[in-house]
Design a binder for this molecule. Structure first.
Ligand code: FES
Length: 79
């Protein structure tokens, strides 16, 4: 599943492994599909539970959180 925009979701107060390769079928979370690539998941500890806006384009300067970078990102394959 390849997301290009923000993913709004509820997160718990725990650590998550966020996908950085774009190959996961469980976006925004790593499902191990990065194996064989140079990518590794970004492990992030959420300090409190609540609503979050997670980056789906993987271009955020504040990954794993959306910073609006998807608005200026060219469509995949058109960089
Ligand atoms: S599946 Fe994308 S980083 Fe693991």
């Amino acid at each position: 599943m390849n997301h290009k925009g923000p993913i709004r979701m509820e997160l718990e107060a725990k650590s998550y492994a966020f996908c950085t390769c774009g190959l996961s079928q469980r976006m925004p979370f790593c499902d191990g599909a990065h194996k064989g690539t140079e990518h590794r998941p970004a492990v992030h500890a959420c300090e409190r539970a609540g609503a979050a806006v997670v980056c789906g384009c993987r271009k955020s300067g504040n990954f794993p959180w959306c910073d609006g970078s998807h608005k200026g990102a060219p469509p995949e394959g058109e960089a």
